[in-house]
Design a protein around this ligand. Structure first.
Ligand code: GDP
Ligand code: MG
Length: 175
């Protein structure tokens, strides 16, 4: 990072969703443009940062990863404190991970700031032949709940940058 870069905003973003949906890999793709097939439960690393210019403003995104606290109600309120945005991730090849999205939204409504911007993410978009969650169902849910929505692939990188930047742009509109 260039010391001469002026940071206009620091936005805290949390990544949530069931275990193994690809949260750590999406974050890794956005923060380091890297991907790993054998990602272990993240130990030690609490957040990663990435600076992006959105609408002419230099925004430093501080993005928090749950690091194995994905069981229902296991994520502590400290994790959500000060978060302006959330990436709520499910796996398009795992029905249960989509069925649990409503719980995660409830959790956000209960624990996070009421103005938090939520981006619903259907990940593993590269595994099209194993798809069980149709994008139309996710679009409908997102519209009902007032969420933004995108399908991504942390593996290929498709839409990861676009989805994060869209989230940061929406946060910038409300701050
Ligand atoms: P987390 O538990 O939600 O943090 O999930 P991880 O990021 O650790 O990913 C779980 C597994 O899914 C790992 O084996 C990843 O390599 C794999 N994975 C993550 N994202 C993708 C993706 O977009 N496509 C495919 N094919 N595999 C992925
Ligand atoms: Mg993880």
């Amino acid at each position: 990072e260039n010391v001469h870069d002026k940071i206009d905003y620091v936005f805290k973003v949390v990544v949530i969703g069931d275990s193994a949906v690809g949260k750590t890999q999406i974050l890794s793709r956005f923060a380091k443009n890297a991907f790993s097939f054998d990602s272990k439960s993240t130990i030690g690393v609490e957040f990663q940062t990435r600076t992006a210019t959105i609408n002419g403003k230099v925004i430093k995104a501080q993005i928090w990863d749950t690091a194995g606290q994905e069981r229902y109600r296991a994520v502590t309120s400290a994790y959500y404190r000060g978060a302006l945005g959330a990436m709520l991730v499910y796996d398009i090849t795992k029905r249960q991970s989509f069925d649990h999205v409503a719980r995660w939204v409830d959790e956000l409504r209960a624990q996070a700031d009421s103005s938090i911007v939520i981006m619903l993410i259907g990940n593993k978009g590269d595994l099209v032949d194993q798809r069980v969650v149709h994008a139309e169902d996710a679009v409908e849910f997102a519209e009902e709940q007032g969420l933004f929505f995108s399908e991504t692939s942390a593996l290929s990188g498709e839409n990861v940058e676009t989805a994060f930047c869209k989230l940061l742009e929406q946060i910038h509109r409300v701050v």
